[in-house]
Ligand binder design. Structure first.
Ligand code: PEP
Ligand code: MN
Length: 285
């Protein structure tokens, strides 16, 4: 037992509550988004375009990925672009197309919100709200989505440590929202050969440290469609609870992230491979 020095008053220090930790909750949290789930035996693949560009492109992609077993649809309506002159997304019009896609496919939708005004809008249309990598440490936004009762997909910032990711999730849980899905999407290393560096060891490490489910985004991590399949397979083998993969009917004509988007045909082939990998590690897709 430590003792205070004479003349120094000892104040009791209570350990911080870490709602995200396995010590706090040993049982794995299952994040349920309509019929899709993350964190149980089943792994779920979220697929769809980087950006919602128009109704036809969004619907065509969604129907194609659903036909081969995707469990959720993605698509950005508010896009966090590096340049202010790049396509910024269709905003509410894009959310309407996503809502139509949900009607047509029966699959839940995830899309990004970058500030509270967007959260209010996205909440009306989407089943899960994405907090993108660039906003992982936007603490007021984390508190905002923490007050919702809507699942949150929290992406790791490219310069964030595993501990910082867990503390970002802690902000959401501290407000009462326990439905948080973590996503490893590559961190910034020294090598520019890939867009980011996929930190695959973060997957089993996070599974040790937290009860929250963990998914991997091989599209943004690699920035190169030819590497998406191998890293998606590796992610499932490493214990990921799901994947988020960008798919576009014509990647070379995409308004964002063309180099990393799979065609529907390539995605279909990958899903066949992923079923084998999932089975090999005792999971089902
Ligand atoms: C996205 O998923 O649309 C996206 C922009 O990803 P990230 O925040 O990981 O860059
Ligand atoms: Mn993208």
């Amino acid at each position: 037992m430590t003792r205070a020095m004479p003349g120094v008053r000892q104040t009791p220090v209570s350990p911080p509550v870490n709602l995200t930790s396995r010590e706090h909750r040993s049982e794995s949290t299952v994040v349920q988004v309509g019929p899709a789930s993350f964190g149980g035996r089943r792994v779920t693949v979220i697929a769809g375009p980087c950006s919602v560009e128009n109704r036809a492109q969004t619907l065509e992609t969604a129907l194609a990925v659903k036909a081969v077993g995707a469990g959720m649809i993605r698509g950005g309506a508010f896009k966090p672009r590096t340049s202010p002159y790049s396509f910024q997304g269709l905003e509410e019009e894009g959310l309407c197309y996503l809502a139509e896609v949900r009607e047509a496919t029966g699959l839940p939708i995830v899309t990004e919100a970058m500030d509270y005004r967007q959260v209010e809008l996205v909440e009306k249309y989407a089943d899960m709200i994405q907090i993108g990598a660039r906003n992982m440490q936007n603490y007021t936004l984390l508190r905002d989505v923490g007050r919702l009762r809507r699942p949150v997909l929290l992406k790791r910032g490219p310069g964030a440590t595993v501990q910082e990711l867990l503390l970002a999730a802690e902000y959401i849980l501290a407000e009462g929202n326990t439905q948080v899905l973590l996503c490893e999407r590559g961190i910034r290393g020294f090598d520019t050969a890939t867009r980011y560096t996929l930190d695959l060891s973060a997957v089993p490490l996070l599974k040790q440290l937290t009860h929250l489910p963990v998914i991997v985004d091989p599209s943004h991590a690699t920035g190169n469609w030819t590497l998406v399949g191998p890293m998606a397979r590796a992610a499932l083998a490493a214990g990921a609870d799901g994947l988020i993969i960008e798919v576009h009917p014509q990647p070379d004509r995409a308004l964002s992230d063309g180099a990393q988007q799979l065609t529907p045909d390539h995605f279909a082939g990958l899903m066949d491979e992923l079923r084998l990998v999932a089975a090999a590690v005792g999971r089902a897709l």
